[in-house]
Design a protein. Structure first.
Length: 261
């Protein structure tokens, strides 16, 4: 885990795995569909400025799958309780893909504990006429290739041979993702109606070559949240925190520092 420590938290009867590292103001990272459980270089880069907290969502990885988990709104409520139980204040909330959807839903419900919000290639809304990719229909190799602009990163991922535990984890993640976002695909038709409620500094980030949720979704998200800023990262696919680690980490730090002024 490098500089991270691992712990377990039980909230709403659900035991989840949590990685933490660094010092400073809390930065809560909500992961995407592939899960968490690995301390990425992106997290390590942020520990120079923040205490980085990376939980595995209920229903994902080593975390429990509670009976109450039916939709993304349930996860938004869960993380509001998570923040409260851990006694976190002035939280910098960062979510990518599915995690961005959860983060947006959380902020719509209650921004009181938040200092800032960063949504990276977030699911959750629908733009008429702008088709998303379908990760449920893509073949496994096609899915990996479509996540990246840099195909060398895709090749490296495809060369990895997951062990039995990792295969079970990914199967669990896929099942939970389908339960949460199969229909409608990757969005909640009610979310966009209430995004005007978000009253914290917000940064929207998109890769200019995202094949899963195309870049046109960036301006759409920005326009729904009062005062939100948009950053488009060049030569980048759906996973900026993996493909453009240093650029995204630098942008997040700069945005949060400027938001304090």
């Amino acid at each position: 885990m490098g500089d991270a420590t691992e712990s377990w938290e039980t909230i709403a009867g659900c035991k989840i795995n949590v990685l933490r590292g660094g010092r400073g103001a809390p930065l809560l990272f909500l992961h995407g569909a592939r899960g968490a459980g690995v301390w990425l270089p992106f997290f390590k880069a942020l520990t120079e400025n923040f205490e980085v907290i990376v939980p595995e969502h209920p229903g994902f990885g080593r975390s429990d799958t509670p009976e109450w988990l039916d939709n993304v709104g349930d996860l938004a409520n869960f993380y509001l309780e998570f923040i409260q139980k851990l006694g976190l204040r002035e939280v910098n909330l960062v979510g990518t893909s599915l995690g961005g959807w959860i983060a947006a839903d959380l902020a719509v419900r209650n921004c009181d504990a938040l200092r800032s919000l960063t949504l990276v290639a977030a699911a959750g809304i629908h733009v008429p006429g702008a088709s998303k990719g379908d990760l449920f229909l893509w073949a496994p190799e096609q899915l990996v290739r479509n996540l990246f602009f840099d195909q060398a990163l895709a090749e490296a991922m495809l060369k990895q041979t997951p062990d039995e535990e990792e295969r079970k984890r990914q199967a669990k993640n896929a099942l939970t993702l389908a339960k949460l976002s199969w229909q409608p695909r990757l969005y909640d038709p009610n979310l966009r109606k209430w995004m005007h409620r978000i009253d914290r500094p917000t940064l929207i980030v998109w890769g200019d070559s995202d094949k899963l949720i195309p870049p046109v979704y960036g301006p759409a998200y920005r326009d729904l949240i009062p005062g939100a800023k948009l950053l488009v990262i060049k030569n980048c696919g759906h996973l900026p925190h993996v493909e453009k680690t240093a650029e995204l980490a630098g942008a997040v730090v700069k945005f949060i520092e400027e938001a304090k002024r």
